[in-house]
Design a protein around this ligand. Structure first.
Ligand SMILES: COc1cc(/C=C/C(=O)SCCNC(=O)CCNC(=O)[C@H](O)C(C)(C)COP(=O)(O)OP(=O)(O)OC[C@H]2O[C@@H](n3cnc4c(N)ncnc43)[C@H](O)[C@@H]2OP(=O)(O)O)ccc1O
Ligand SMILES: O=C(O)CCC(=O)C(=O)O
Ligand SMILES: [Fe+2]
Length: 361
């Protein structure tokens, strides 16, 4: 342990205890004013990549799609092309009001600004339900190097359950954000489905594409040595589709499928970032891509983001859709129980695109 940190925390275990077990999170650690990153946050060289293969001034960028374009066919084509070529895009004029988005960001800051004793009520150890979880990093028990991020993860069951279990400080704003994005989610899924010969988003398809929802409130505090660590390590989401609200700080990077380079996702005021998740890659038999992404830490600003993970129902069996393989296409994934897939994801550290190997034939 280095000299500066030793003045505040004597051992590595004391840091882990303070951050993970006492529930102070990396926000608490950052607010002690530490000047040097504790050892357990130091990522292996190849995972840091701060200047390596990152081209800020690159002519490569994820598509920005204007959802208000009256030519629905061209919007649908842009969405499906982006899902195939990038797995990521931003949408503007998407129908979710600026007020709802701003309220969500304010509520996120309000939750993380609560005293530790209040946030700890939602920790894995204390939470009244596994559907509500306040934590840090991704999977601290499984990780060799921790991530510089705290989160509140909310699995939606019903408004009644949310009113019992979700924190007062952010409940109504989160529910409103979730409800207001639903028409956008349905439209995107309709476009993606039609392109796969799924003619209607009926009850069966709704349950497969959007049968469950998880919302995470992410907090990335100021980091003393961002070049040595990550906010979130390389991963792909296990969702069907993720809708992400980010603030104006930036830091999200996406791996380009054409060049392999890391491309920054620049914050655009009022926009939402959309990405394809593993479940959709599997159901489309690999046509839509669930792409690796990661978040850099930074030394100047606290950053927040709020992803809505739109998922199959946990008890759904997912595999390449009949509509996709009935024309003779060879299935490249097997059928799996979605909840088994998600458990596999949560039980290991982030490892890029490896989760989907679980579904390989
Ligand atoms: C957190 O930082 C993240 C998160 C992400 C997430 C990206 C996504 O795409 S999330 C989409 C998730 N999908 C769903 O929520 C679908 C439906 N849900 C389920 O199938 C289940 O709720 C479940 C998530 C599988 C949990 O099932 P349960 O019966 O409660 O099983 P457990 O035994 O309690 O949990 C299994 C295993 O996972 C760990 N875990 C569960 N939930 C979370 C969570 N929200 N955050 C972290 N870890 C979680 C749990 O601890 C268990 O592990 P053990 O080691 O204890 O066995 C992307 C990037 C991020 O940085
Ligand atoms: O914070 C971000 O911009 C992205 C977070 C993310 O990838 C996730 O929570 O799955
Ligand atoms: Fe993600």
């Amino acid at each position: 342990m280095n000299q500066t940190l030793a003045a505040q925390f004597l051992t590595r275990d004391q840091v882990t205890n303070f951050v993970v077990h006492e529930g102070n999170g990396v926000k608490g650690l950052s607010e002690t004013g530490i000047k040097v990153l504790p050892d357990q946050y130091i990522q292996p060289f190849e995972e840091r990549l701060i200047n390596f293969h990152v081209k800020e001034d690159s002519d490569e960028s994820i598509p920005v799609i204007d959802m208000s374009n009256l030519d629905e066919k061209s919007v649908s084509k842009a969405v499906c092309d982006a899902a195939e070529e990038w797995g990521f895009f931003q949408v503007i004029n998407h129908g979710v009001s600026m007020e709802v988005l701003e309220n969500m960001k304010t509520a996120t800051h309000r939750f993380f600004g609560l005293p530790v004793e209040e946030k700890r009520k939602f920790s894995r150890e204390k939470s009244l339900s596994t559907n509500v979880r306040f934590g840090t990093s991704f999977s601290p028990h499984a990780e060799k190097a921790l991530e510089w991020k705290d989160y509140l993860s909310l699995f939606f069951v019903s408004e009644a359950e949310a009113s019992q279990l979700w924190p007062d400080s952010c409940r109504s704003e989160t529910l409103e954000y979730m409800n207001e994005t639903k028409p956008l989610v349905k439209k995107l899924l309709r476009f993606l489905g039609e392109n796969l010969n799924v003619t209607e988003l009926d009850k069966t398809k709704e349950s497969l594409f959007m049968g469950s929802t998880r919302i995470n409130l992410n907090y990335y505090p100021i980091c003393p040595n961002p070049e040595l660590t990550v906010g979130v390590g390389r991963h792909s989401d296990v969702s069907s589709l993720t809708i992400l609200l980010q603030d104006e700080i930036g830091g999200l990077h996406v791996r380009s499928l054409t060049t392999g380079r890391w491309v920054h996702v620049p914050p655009i005021s009022g926009s939402l970032v959309i990405n394809i998740g593993d479940a959709m890659q599997i159901m489309s038999n690999g046509r839509y891509k669930s792409v690796e992404h990661r978040v850099l830490a930074n030394s100047s600003y606290n950053r927040i983001s709020v992803p809505i993970f739109v998922n199959p129902k946990p008890e759904s069996v997912i595999g390449p859709l009949l509509e996709v393989i009935e024309n003779g296409e060879k299935p490249v994934y097997r059928d799996i129980l979605y909840t088994d897939y998600v458990k596999h994801f949560f039980r290991k550290a982030h490892d890029g695109k490896k989760t989907i190997d679980f579904a390989n034939i």
